[in-house]
Design a protein around this ligand. Structure first.
Ligand code: ARG
Length: 469
């Protein structure tokens, strides 16, 4: 009995198997194939092939008939994939060879001419850039939508006070609108990072071929323009072997996800019973199977958690790329899944965040009632001593500290101390000091540029709405 390995009977790969007598082992096929995930690139692959074929025809490397056959063949393949009738074959490894093999099935000889003056190395680099660029455009629009939801909330609550925290301890009153606009600023920078990434990404690797360029008289400016790139890449080795555009995208994604996780965490806190600053409706909460009273902010928790996989994707790709010698190495096939996964997680997190911001009902009365707690207007008192009595700030800080200690010992707010109590600590104090100890006076006084005064917040919210709406 002979022990024949199963692969000895398999045919060699049709696309590159000229020098191979047998096919790959099942394990080799499993580890090598990327079609399970890179089929996501099919639109970009077809787009790239059409641009390449048009260019080959223009320089006379394809007849007009062949180019026509290729174009209609690729259109047919797009319809098959769209309709779900395309048979992806793992033996053909990846999306590039699946589409090319099917093209040759459909149109014969002409299909075999398409791969002139290109390689899968420049092909995948081009497809992937196109995919990331599309993802950037989609995510940027989603970020804008989320910013709009936040800015609308901010406009509604420009004058509604809430406790502002540092160390999650009551610090100074702010307005809920101001808090919302803080996230608008963060998301605007997230959008800016994507725009920067897009600018650097937007050069076309197609025509770099395997690594060295090609001897054919191709027109790389033509393909670059046809695919919406600003220019062709200038170094063929770099073009096929760097994935910094993907790493930049993932860096932007990781930062964006971290921003969303902070709002998500605040939503979780604000929904909890001791806070009850906001309420989320049935649309964005779930119940507990054992505790009938529960209303859990799962969407916010999951947005908070997705940060883990997005950041993990960045780390994964950085480590895949670390130490790789030029030019292409198969390691780089591992670039796609982290990017696909992170883009999906970010998109879903943005959708959930925008949804929750639109859905939430802030309890402004309750927020207001806590806005002055924890001696939140102590800084206002100290500022009054500086402004009116001309005390140095350090001395004013000390006087205020003594008044806070007195109020704390008596279990009252600063505003509930009597004028005599205050004068016992600093004799120059007059009754005017009480005018700065209310929450409303406190927020209204924060008129410095970027401060929380309702007039400022209303102005900033209007500025954002004008840009976003
Ligand atoms: N599926 C491959 C990838 O994603 C395409 C490039 C293959 N190139 C090669 N020389 N085997 O990286």
């Amino acid at each position: 009995m002979t022990d024949t390995p199963e692969h000895a009977n398999k045919p060699a790969n049709m696309q590159w198997g000229g020098r191979f007598a047998g096919g790959p082992s099942a394990i080799m096929q499993d580890i090598n194939a990327s079609i399970g995930f890179d089929r996501k690139l099919w639109r970009q692959d077809i787009r790239g092939s059409r641009a390449h074929a048009a260019m080959l025809a223009k320089i006379g490397l394809l007849t007009p008939e062949d180019e026509h056959a290729i174009t209609t063949g690729l259109e047919g393949i797009a319809q098959e994939i769209e309709a779900g009738t395309f048979a992806f074959d793992v033996a053909l490894e990846d999306i590039h060879m699946n589409i090319e093999a099917r093209l040759t099935d459909r149109i014969g000889e002409a299909g075999k001419r398409l791969h002139t003056a290109r390689s899968r190395n420049d092909q995948v680099a081009t497809d992937f850039r196109l995919w990331v660029r599309d993802a950037i455009d989609g995510l940027s629009a989603q970020i804008s939508g989320t910013m709009l939801a936040l800015a609308q909330r901010a406009a509604l609550h420009a004058a509604d006070p809430m406790p502002g925290f540092t160390h999650l301890q009551t610090a100074q009153p702010v307005t809920f609108g101001h808090h919302m606009l803080a996230y608008v600023e963060m998301l605007d920078r997230d959008r800016g990072r994507l725009a920067d990434c897009r600018r650097r990404l937007n050069a076309c690797p197609l025509g770099s071929a395997a690594l060295a360029g090609t001897s054919f008289p191709i027109d790389r400016h033509m393909t670059a323009a046809a695919l919406g790139f600003d220019r062709p890449t200038a170094n063929s080795l770099d073009a096929v072997s760097d994935r910094d555009f993907a790493m930049e995208f993932l860096s932007a994604a990781a930062i964006g996800a971290v921003h969303l996780s902070r709002l998500a965490e605040e939503i979780v806190i604000w929904c909890s019973a001791p806070y009850r600053f906001i309420r989320l409706s049935d649309a964005f909460t779930t119940g507990s199977s054992i505790m009938p009273q529960k209303r859990n902010p799962d969407a916010a928790e999951l947005v908070r958690a997705k940060t883990g996989r997005v950041t993990g994707a960045l780390v994964a790709l950085l480590i895949v790329m670390k130490g790789l010698p030029l030019a292409y190495a198969k390691d780089m096939q591992e670039d796609k899944e982290p990017v696909f996964d992170a883009a999906e997680a970010w998109a879903l997190s943005l959708a959930a965040t925008a949804g929750m911001v639109r859905d939430m009902t802030p309890d402004t009365v309750r927020m207001r009632s806590f806005a002055g707690s924890g001696f939140a207007t102590a800084t206002d008192l100290a500022d009054w001593l500086v402004r009116v009595l001309r005390l140095p700030f350090r001395s004013a800080h000390h006087v205020t500290g003594r008044l806070v200690a007195m109020a704390e010992a008596r279990g009252v707010d600063l505003a509930e101390l009597s004028l005599a109590d205050m004068q016992g600590v600093e004799q120059g104090i007059t009754a005017d000091i009480f005018s700065v100890l209310t929450v409303e006076a406190s927020v209204a006084s924060r008129t410095s540029y970027g401060g929380t005064a309702p007039a400022n917040v209303a102005e900033q919210a209007a500025r954002w709405l004008a840009v976003l709406a």
